[in-house]
Design a protein around this ligand. Structure first.
Ligand code: GLN
Length: 304
């Protein structure tokens, strides 16, 4: 398989899409990100890696962080987390409040905002510092100690994240948040503000393609079974109310963020991260989705 050539073809194909879509300007600090940016990195389980475009430029991973926080919560609390969070697609936008009242404060899944708030709450109950723990974890996974929180992005979200504040307080009223909502929100906003490049994120997500094991040390980070659970949730819940369209077009489990990143994995083969900040109406990267669709089409590799 000529991966460099395939990435080059994709780069040419997506050019007309760069500049389309809308940056996530509801977080003011993300409003200035140039629309035409595009990067893509593939990390193979045999150690090879390929990239193109702005693949080494850090971007705001936003909800891609929900993958890493869920992994940590599974390590810490195992199956007990499913007493507090569901495992079904929501069919609603990532920041929706509507289902929560009917469903007694139990979020539909760990990848919508309110689900990730419960995940963060679980991490906080087990460890005192959910912020630093997640930063250390992601630096270790990506083998890059330079990964950091973008404090300006975290502050910008804290100043304008009224919906997330509402979600946190709402589940607190149902008893599904055990810590102080302000502390949980602060950790959540920081996790979302993590600045990582496509190369970092592809490396960080590789354990999911590698049966839960780290490539370098062969350490079993989570069990094979837990890695299966996370990928199943990515496939069914990773792209909010556009998850069916993404599965149809791309055919890989993925997790998106409003920074314009999407991390996807092919079990036993590779992890791939694409970044382009122009979002479609569901809040997922427009050119990024197209690039991943081309990637599975041109390689002929997808889970289906
Ligand atoms: N930090 C963003 C928010 O809470 C994350 C949403 C996303 O990336 N889909 O709104």
């Amino acid at each position: 398989m000529n991966y460099p050539q395939i990435l080059d073809d994709i780069f040419q194909h997506v050019q007309p899409l760069l500049g389309q879509g809308k940056v996530a300007d509801y977080i003011p600090e993300l409003a200035h990100i140039p629309l035409h940016k595009f990067g893509m990195a593939v990390q193979m389980v045999d150690g090879r890696s390929f990239h193109i475009g702005d693949a080494d430029e850090p971007f705001s991973i936003q909800s891609m962080s929900k993958l890493f926080t869920l992994t940590l919560a599974m390590q810490l609390a195992g199956d007990a987390i499913w007493q507090r969070i569901g495992r079904e697609p929501s069919g609603t936008p990532f920041n929706s409040l509507v289902q929560l009242e009917y469903e007694n404060g139990i979020p539909r899944n760990p990848f919508i905002n309110v689900g990730a708030l419960v995940v963060t709450d679980i991490i906080l109950t087990h460890l005192n510092d959910a912020r630093q723990t997640v930063l250390d974890f992601v630096q270790m996974l990506a083998a890059n100690p330079a990964i950091h929180f973008d404090e300006a992005v975290a502050r910008s979200e804290a100043e304008t994240g009224f919906r997330n504040v509402a979600l946190a307080n709402f589940i607190k009223s149902f008893g599904n948040m055990h810590n102080d909502p302000a502390i949980v929100l602060d950790a959540y906003f920081h996790h979302c503000s993590l600045a990582m490049s496509c190369l970092d994120a592809a490396r960080a997500g590789l354990f999911l393609a590698n049966e839960g094991r780290l490539l370098k040390s062969n350490e079993q980070l989570i069990t094979h079974r837990q890695a299966k659970y996370i990928k199943s949730l990515m496939l069914t819940c990773g792209l909010y109310d556009a998850v069916g369209d993404f599965a149809y077009r791309v055919g890989l489990p993925g997790k998106s963020g409003v920074g314009g990143g999407i991390l996807a994995v092919m079990p036993g083969h590779f992890s791939v991260c694409v970044w382009s900040p122009g979002l479609n109406e569901s809040g997922n990267s427009l050119a990024g989705t197209a690039a991943l669709e081309l990637f599975t089409t041109l390689t002929g590799i997808s889970i289906f």
